[in-house]
Ligand binder design. Sequence first.
Ligand code: AHR
Ligand code: AHR
Length: 498
Amino acid sequence: MFRASISIFPVKVLGEIDPRIYGHFIEHLGKCIYGGIWDAEKSTLNEEVIKCVRDLQPPVVRWPGGCFSDNYHWMDGIGPVEERPLRENMPWSLLGPEFGPKESNRFGTDEFIMFCRRVGAEPYINLNVGSGTPEEAANWVEYCNGDESSEFGSLRAKYGNPAPYKVRYWGVGNELYGLWETGHMSAEDYAEKFIEYHDAVKEIDRKIELVAVGADQRFPDWTRTVLEKAGKYIDYLSIHLYFPGALPEEGGSEIKEDLKTYRRIIASSYKFQEILEWVRNIIESVMGKNHGVKIAFDEWNLWWDFNQLIHANYNMRDGLWAASVLNKIHKMSSIIKMANVAQLVNVIGILQTNGENVLKTASYEVMKLYREHTQKYAISAEVYAPKFTFEPLGILNETTEIPYIDCSATRSSDGKTLTVFVVNFHPKKDILTEIEIPKLRSYEKLLIKEMNGADIHTKNDYQKSEITISQKEFTHLPDKIEYKLPAHSISTIIVTKA
Ligand code: AHR
Ligand code: AHR
């Protein structure tokens, strides 16, 4: 029997967890909007999707892209629907109509706000820097947040929404460091642009918060330069990470259902943390210790080729990986104040829909489980467990040893609830794990929710949910929890006292 141990330190607080780390992202790409959350035929929201999204308790949703946002002109998407223009979906139509179907503009700002209200989320709008202007952006902010007497606020009122939408989060462009992005530019030029946009939109609404484009190590100087020139105007620095983050010719196609791939995928959650720590260090070295710049990890997921981009169904392996990424986000909760899994529906979606039925992938179940049980503070958890190694791929450019057990812990502010999220990555073996929680006997109840499937590649389909969550409850607590963590499982261990 493999053995491991976990020690929890409730007084060692790592950070306050912002609920917005359980955010989402929707983009005009493939069938995410039309045929996903929007029923194009009935011109309404897809109610089946709404129900599942509500269950996720999404704190925030980002829209309209992604790469699409640097091509989007918001005025195309307001007013009487029959008068809205039909456009080419840029850039996605370049990959063909399955990726970029003709943009009818039936889903625009008012529909997005309606969607957010139905699912209980705060809206986060990504502005167009690639082909837009600061003025166009300011007008959009006024359309959303201006009162009825303002030029664009009155337009919103005319179209049926007199009360301002109070959209708080605004992204200034998307991935503009990348050659693939419309309007891509140097970090110097972006910093200047950011300030221009800042000045224009803040004149309309001083209370909004701005997200600037940040970059990972593939663009080593971008983040530093942007922060040096524009740091004092930035509320959030956006970071996007995908694994393997490689096109098929660069190794994306090496994602198969085998053990070699499994180890690489699991290991990449550690790589994500390493990159995010690298970003944190840059922020601290440029802005000083008491800086106000937070990380918005506003796109993250597994994405390995263009076919999978629009036909994903995340399996148990991918769910274990998502749980492990969330554990890392908990650990970095003092700086990561928003995160948005990419994406919500159909397109690398944690939910899939064929228009009528809905399929909840393993990643959906993980997002839901974590959102339900995460408490206010991330606390320290030390793990001792057997380890494994893996072969490099994509951004995973070197090898090291990774423990089979991955864990994060959180507690409520009054200390009466404590949740430990534990993943057993072992593809075959249960691991007998001792979990040490100080004064365990003083708690009244222990609840364990365990998510698992028959094996690491088990996935749900439209007919049947093969991935299940079981539940056990105990009322007489011992001094130590000794628990057999099943192979390839996610356990949420919750202790509570009155
Ligand atoms: O989520 C798909 C795409 O990935 C987004 O449009 C872009 O921002 C990223 O490159
Ligand atoms: O639907 C978006 C909501 O509308 C925002 O959360 C709120 O601030 C606004 O009134």
